[in-house]
Every structure is written in C-alpha cells, then in structure tokens.
Design a protein around this ligand. Structure first.
Ligand code: TXA
Ligand code: MG
Length: 298
C-alpha cells in the first residue's frame, strides 16, 4: 500500500514479512542491493532493532518525528526481513511526522519498510496522483493525504560509527544537523557506494535539464526561481516567485512531472541558492540532469 509522509509518498510493506518486502522490490523494479527505510512510530520502537550511539540520540531528540533517517547498526535479533536491509549490518530508521503515516503505523503496530512510491530511478511522488501515474498497476491501495508538506526525501545520516556522515541531503538542512553534532562529512562523489541509492542518474524526468541557466534557448522550457523569470521560454514554471526555498522543495517534483506531461524535451533551470533546503533541491536537480546511461536506483 502507498501512503503519504511529510516528505514523499512511500510504498509500504510490513518490514518483518519477507514476502511483503519482496513485493516492494518487484513493484518498483528496484535493485535488491538497495536497502529500504524502516518506518516506526517512535524511538522506543527502535530499541529492539538497532544499537544507539550518542549522535543518534541527539539527532532523534531534535528531529523525530520528521524528515530524518538514521542509519544505525542493526541488532542481530531484530525481527526485520533481511531483504529490507539488503543483507547489510546496518538499518535505516525513520519516525515520520505526517498524520496519515503516524496513524497507519499506530494501526499496524509493526515496523513498515517503505521506499518512495515511484518506479526505480524516476521522480518521487508528492501527491497521490503521482503514485497512481507511476505504480497504479502494481499498488492495490493508495492513501490520499494531499500534497506532501516537505516535498523532498528525508536526510539520511549514518550514525552507526564514531563520526556521523550524511549519506543523502534532504528535508533537514545540513546546518541544522551540524549545529547539534558539529561538522558532518557529506558523502563525496568519489566515496564508495555505502548508500546504493546514491548512484548518479536518479529522480529522472523524461526531459533533459540544463542547470544554472542564465539564458533560455528558443526550444527550451524554463524552470524559474524567484521574482524575475528569464525571458524567452516557450513555457515557464516557477518553483517560487517569492524565492521561498520551502515552497520550491514542496513543488519541485510536481513541476518536473508537469513539464514531462506537457511534452517538454529540454528545460533550462535557473540557479537555486545552495543554502538551507536549497542544497537538497540542487542535489535532486543534479541527479535529474545526470546522464541516463548510468545505473539507477531508488
Ligand atoms: O523521505 C523518505 O526518506 C522517503 C519516505 C517514504 O520515507 N523514503 C525514501 O526511500 O526516500 P528510498 O528508498 O527512496 O530512499 C532510501 C535511501 C536510499 O538511498 C537507500 O540506499 C538508503 O536510504 N538506505 C536505506 N538503508 C540504508 C542503510 N542500511 N545504509 C545506507 N543507506 C541506506
Ligand atoms: Mg526513492
């Protein structure tokens, strides 16, 4: 079943059930080596599943419930399908804040493994219609909670070791994390793939994106940001006329989908300030613009 969280819609399965979890991988066409996030109601539900570190405690205190996923060392006794964690010694845990997600977790009283509810490698869904468009044939039930309030996936932070590491920038700005735990390593382009969802081409719309544009070519549509959209585009969508990064994050994936639906082939994207949620927006735009020949995941 698909359900809304504050970040994006997830495709959920009871995380203790191998068969249910394997259906997620089939439905999305997701590589088996890419682990899923396990969603829980609160911190106490994490105790049987993972070992806590000091950083994990600090970050969970500050940001749970919310758009933060913590990667911790998995307890051997954790009753979670090894498919969900892709056979790794770690487990990714998240306590979502959205009411529908919380109600669902309360109701099932078990951990729910849920990746974003899109075919692997495509743009994540932020509305129920998006789930239906991408996975309508595969999914038997979609809970409609309206548009997601954050609109960009959770920040994934590895807190299993001595020093925390950001594996995916997301709904919690890096500066807010660093305020609490000091300077945090962000996953560099050259690192080994410790989070398989970090492969390059991802969040891919059909249209080709050209980033940091300061002009628009005649054949391009424009994805604008701010009060002064560049002139000359055959079609313009503005992420936020007020220059509000929260609004831009909320609507980013819907705009990419709308441009595809309009049959646009190339899109010039105006620069987005790389602060706060801007870093996560720019990360998703870079992946959406990456060459398509590379493997995809997620
Ligand atoms: O906002 C979100 O996080 C949404 C909602 C539904 O919660 N979920 C989501 O899931 O974005 P997904 O599967 O699309 O992305 C999960 C990311 C992937 O990059 C995956 O590789 C990483 O988390 N991940 C999961 N378990 C991991 C682990 N044990 N170690 C490292 N990375 C892990
Ligand atoms: Mg995903």
């Amino acid at each position: 079943m698909a359900f809304p969280t504050e970040t994006v819609y997830g495709l959920g399965a009871i995380a203790t059930n191998d068969r249910a979890v394997s259906r997620i991988f089939h439905a999305k066409g997701r590589p088996w080596q890419n682990p899923l996030i396990v969603h829980i109601t609160d911190r106490s539900a994490a105790f049987p599943l993972a070992y806590w570190t000091d950083t994990a405690e600090v970050l969970a205190d500050a940001f749970w419930p919310g758009p933060l996923t913590l990667v911790m060392t998995r307890k051997v006794s954790a009753p979670i399908s090894p498919l969900a964690t892709a056979g790794l010694s770690t487990i990714a845990l998240r306590v979502p804040a959205a009411t529908v997600a919380r109600d669902l977790l309360q109701e099932v009283m078990l951990p729910v493994a849920a990746p974003s509810a899109n075919p692997s490698g495509r743009v994540s869904p932020t509305r129920a219609e998006h789930v239906n468009d991408g996975l309508g044939e595969e999914v038997d039930l979609i809970l409609d909670g309206g548009p997601c309030s954050v609109g960009i996936e959770s920040s994934v932070v590895d807190v299993s070791g001595e020093t925390p590491k950001i594996l995916r920038v997301g709904g919690i700005p890096v500066a807010q994390i660093e305020e609490l735990v000091g300077k945090v390593a962000t996953r560099g382009e050259t690192d080994a793939i410790t989070s398989p969802g970090q492969l390059d081409s991802h969040y891919a719309p059909n249209a080709q994106l050209r980033l940091d544009a300061d002009t628009v070519d005649g054949h391009e549509a424009l994805l604008a940001f701010g009060p002064e959209p560049l002139p000359g585009a055959k079609l313009t969508r503005n992420l936020s006329a007020e220059g509000d990064l929260g609004q831009a994050a909320r609507d980013l994936f819907a705009h990419l989908r709308d441009l595809d639906a309009a049959g646009v082939e190339s899109v010039a994207v105006m620069p987005i300030p790389n602060v706060g949620l801007g870093a996560a927006i720019n990360d998703r735009l870079r992946r959406a613009a990456a060459p398509r020949s590379q493997p995809t995941a997620g």
